[in-house]
Design a protein. Structure first.
Length: 53
C-alpha cells in the first residue's frame, strides 16, 4: 500500500500539467507528464440546459 508521501507525489505528477496552459506545459521538464485532461462542455462552462414543463 502506498504511503501518504507517495500518494502526494503521484497526485502532484498528474495535477501540474492541468494547472498550466498548453504553452506552459510544453516548457515543463520532460519527466513530468505532458498530457492534460480534456474537460467536457459542462465543466468548461459551454453547456446550458433548460428544462421547462
Amino acid at each position: 500500500m502506498f504511503s501518504l508521501f507517495w500518494q502526494f507525489v503521484t497526485a502532484i505528477y498528474y495535477i501540474i500539467p492541468n494547472i498550466y496552459g498548453k504553452s506552459e506545459v510544453t516548457a515543463l521538464p520532460k519527466f513530468l507528464s505532458q498530457k492534460q485532461v480534456n474537460l467536457g462542455l459542462d465543466l468548461q462552462g459551454g453547456s446550458h440546459l433548460l428544462l421547462e414543463s
